[in-house]
Design a protein around this ligand. Structure first.
Ligand SMILES: NC(=O)C1=CN([C@@H]2O[C@H](COP(=O)(O)OP(=O)(O)OC[C@H]3O[C@@H](n4cnc5c(N)ncnc54)[C@H](O)[C@@H]3O)[C@@H](O)[C@H]2O)C=CC1
Ligand SMILES: O=C(O)[C@@H]1CCC=N1
Length: 279
């Protein structure tokens, strides 16, 4: 299977490295391009057999599946580059939420999917969120999901829930890392414990908690109940957490959704030439 990646920034590179390291793809199956060619070439140099192309169209032309790993506002440019060469049997994939399946279906005469990865896929963990266009047959979906199964848990979702599921799956690692950082920084400040030591303990705690919730089949409520014995230290601290965090995640979700709507308007404007906010 020939797989192309247009955009070898943070996410494009992460996916390429994870697919190759996991054995899902061999370098000879991969072709890449990037706005700054030298960056694509430097990546290809690390993997003998991988092809770095000057033109996005050359990546699209020679690939069965093409991942578009650019930012939302950069999509229209890439779509214009590849539009003349895509063929109906090919699959083109957006990895970003504000680029809708319908945006790409309106422009490209091929199969369209949206798969939102997560930084956790770097360590072959976490989910990949799969949304499919009308031209995708069940066999096409299975092929993509078996590719992503090497580095993640592929989960099919409705496009209407893309934003919230991306919050949980793809933004979530940043949110949890932020909370962990706050926890550790406070530990260092309050007690003088070396940061490295506190971070090692806390990171392992986060990993273990994730395993309890997945492989251990415990619910968050059960984890809390098992740790917070009545009248104990954790129970007291949980009371404080409940009080102090009330409404925080509602506000967070409203923030991500507002930004999403803003990005969606800009992408739609670029694709359909609509005016945005009367400008
Ligand atoms: N960072 C994350 O955890 C996740 C990011 N994403 C999505 O991945 C997308 C890419 O994000 P990053 O990799 O962080 O961005 P980035 O800025 O690191 O990478 C984008 C790459 O695209 C290249 N590029 C831009 N225009 C191009 C063009 N016309 N032709 C060829 N290459 C072009 C740039 O040179 C750059 O290397 C974003 O839309 C983001 O929403 C999705 C899931 C998770
Ligand atoms: O496009 C998105 O929704 C993803 C989630 C994290 C960053 N970008």
């Amino acid at each position: 299977m020939n797989v192309g990646f247009i955009g070898t920034g943070s996410m494009g590179t992460l996916l390429i490295e994870a697919f190759i390291a996991s054995g899902a793809l061999s370098p000879a199956e991969v072709a890449i391009s990037n706005r700054t060619y030298a960056k694509a070439q430097a990546l290809a140099d690390r993997y003998p057999g991988m092809r770095a192309e000057f033109m996005n169209a050359d990546v699209a032309c020679g690939s069965d599946i093409v991942f578009l790993c650019v930012k939302p506002h950069e999509f229209i440019r890439v779509v214009e580059d590849i539009k003349p060469v895509v063929r109906p049997e090919q699959t083109i994939i957006s990895i970003t939420s504000p680029v809708l399946v319908s945006h790409l279906e309106g422009e490209l005469n091929c199969k369209i999917a949206k798969i939102i990865p997560s930084i956790t896929n770097k360590v072959w963990s976490g989910a990949s969120l799969c949304i499919y266009g009308d031209k995708m047959e069940e066999a096409d979906k299975k092929k993509l999901e078996s590719l992503f199964a090497h580095i993640s848990e592929p989960i099919r979702i409705a496009e209407s829930y893309t934003r919230i599921v991306s919050d949980l799956s793809s933004c979530g690692p940043a949110f949890m890392a932020f909370l962990l950082q706050q926890f550790v920084d406070a530990a260092v400040k309050e007690t003088g414990i070396p940061r490295k030591e506190a971070m090692e303990v806390a990171s392992n705690m986060l990993l273990g908690t994730g395993l309890l919730l997945t492989e251990g089949r415990m619910t968050p409520e059960e984890v809390q109940a098992r740790v917070a014995v009545p009248g104990g230290i954790t129970a007291k601290a949980l009371q404080l957490l409940r009080r102090e965090t009330e409404g925080v995640f509602t506000a967070l979700i409203r923030t991500t959704h507002d930004k999403y709507r803003e990005d969606l308007l800009k992408v739609s404007s670029a694709f359909y030439g609509e005016e945005v906010n009367g400008q």
